[in-house]
Design a protein around this ligand. Sequence first.
Ligand SMILES: [Zn+2]
Length: 167
Amino acid sequence: MPTKNVQRLLKDNEKYAAQLTGGDLPVLPSRLCCLVTCHDARIDPTKAFGIGIGQCHVIRNAGGSIKDALRSILISQHMLGTREVILVKHTDCGTASFTNEEAHETVNDNQGEVTVPPDFDFMPFVDPETSVREEVAWLKSLKALYKGTVVSGLVYDVETGKVKQVV
Ligand SMILES: [Zn+2]
């Protein structure tokens, strides 16, 4: 039996599928762009950043971590043809609310034993602007990044819905 959330998903999907257009678009995003952002439920990238179907790869993870997204970024660029990366972190991010040490303690307490390697990095950060600058610089320094790739970094304000460019 599907959970309540899956039931809701199936119901909403029927409506969506009935009006879908663009199902025949090519796999290469038309903007040749890959956007990385946080999995925060308050961010709706398609609406907030005006991304239409077929236009842009959107990679989401906790904190909008470039390191965490690297596998997807490299596939997006080298296997699927995108040539630009945009990182969008945000204010009031859950991944800025703990340290690595605290995350390890919480997981260990919840599980009653050590279940992740002690050197496992939960990739927390303190300030979104500083983190955007650092992560963009890190990505640009990678030799695996497709030559000539443009990388930008922005911060989204979850209260106002406004986004500003940092780098
Ligand atoms: Zn977040």
